[in-house]
Design a protein around this ligand. Sequence first.
Ligand SMILES: NC(=O)c1ccc[n+]([C@@H]2O[C@H](COP(=O)([O-])OP(=O)(O)OC[C@H]3O[C@@H](n4cnc5c(N)ncnc54)[C@H](OP(=O)(O)O)[C@@H]3O)[C@@H](O)[C@H]2O)c1
Length: 401
Amino acid sequence: MEKKDITIGLFGFGCVGQGLYDVLNHSQGLRANIERICVKDKNKPRSIAAGFFTYDKEDILTHKDLNVIVELIDNADEAFAIVKQAMNNGVSVVTANKKMLAENFRELYDLQIKNSVALIYEGSAGGSIPIIRNLEEYYDNELLSSVRGILNGTCNYILTRMELENKDYSDVLKDAQVNGFAESDPWLDVAGFDTKFKTLLLTIHAFGIVLNPEDIFNTGIQNITYDDILYAKQRGLRIKMLAVSYKVGDKFRVYAIPHFVDKSSELFNVNYEYNAVEVEGAYSCKQTFVGKGAGSHPTGSAVLSDISALTYDYKYGYKKLKKQIGISGKIEEGKSLIEYDFPIKLYIRYQDREQLNELEIISVEEEYKSSGTNYIIATVNFKSLFNIYDKRGNKLFICAI
Ligand SMILES: NC(=O)c1ccc[n+]([C@@H]2O[C@H](COP(=O)([O-])OP(=O)(O)OC[C@H]3O[C@@H](n4cnc5c(N)ncnc54)[C@H](OP(=O)(O)O)[C@@H]3O)[C@@H](O)[C@H]2O)c1
């Protein structure tokens, strides 16, 4: 197939935008160039010629010579408006914006069909790890049973440093912010929302099930203390923030929760900003993909791979999703395929026992109280976790066993 030339209109020239610019300039044989770049702040110094830049999105969206839009901005709502307009203009889009994709997936799917354009987003989950296209193409006929992994570099970086340097959460978080491994408002990362958005995307490509972000329970490391790390260490375990999506019978369980992992797990030694995804299939058995989950060049390289795919008119086939859609032609309510009523064994550290009242505790295996820390090991009805969902004031640290 003859490859076509790609002329790119780029939105965003921050961490990933600049990374893409570098990797594209060093790539060989790819007939793609960045023509214009839209950014926001007129006073920011830029590392490349001023002639590239515009501050008006219409300069790019109405530009007649651009055949691909690459969206790499840090605002999901503004990104959605840009991507929607580009697709309605008949232009294919590459993005790495998992929040925008997760919050608007149904509409974005319909826009791809309506306008016969591609929307591809390898950089949105797992950074440099080529997981989405693999789930979509390589495992297109494989009966997958489980996809789980470490998908948030900020959480993994903080957890690794807490354990290896015997430090408390707030010290490591401050340091991570100074060194660019955490945002100034880290809530979406540390509270598990970012992992949840990626879990949602992997569930679409692994199983063909579309969920809304609020259908997936998430909690993160926002309340972790060094005591929790010590608890794990003393038992030869590590705490990892995991995305989980797996099949049980004809239903699926999907959530984003910290887990204890032991040495036998491939995830045990995935540290700092590295990510990993474990895919389990009926015939392929377990396979693990490991790589840098974030950062300028790793994410830029995933975006570059998407641009390269567009030179041969690649689109996600959504084969598994189309099977679920069936004859109705509409994306069904994915939530009906998800199981919520099941027991899950958890380590729960609390300050005040009253905080546990909102959970449906089935049995308590162990309870520890001291002046410094209190925890229980308990089996809880999973669906009751939604009672404590997204409350910034809640001080529980929850870790699956
Ligand atoms: N950083 C990573 O490692 C990573 C990994 C995977 C995915 N992602 C995703 O990639 C995207 C970009 O992340 P980033 O880390 O590169 O962000 P960033 O460093 O904060 O850069 C954001 C860029 O977007 C520009 N911008 C913001 N609002 C805009 C608007 N309305 N119109 C035009 N430009 C606008 C900013 O302009 P100014 O330069 O003028 O401020 C800046 O250049 C996000 O969706 C993020 O979730 C990031």
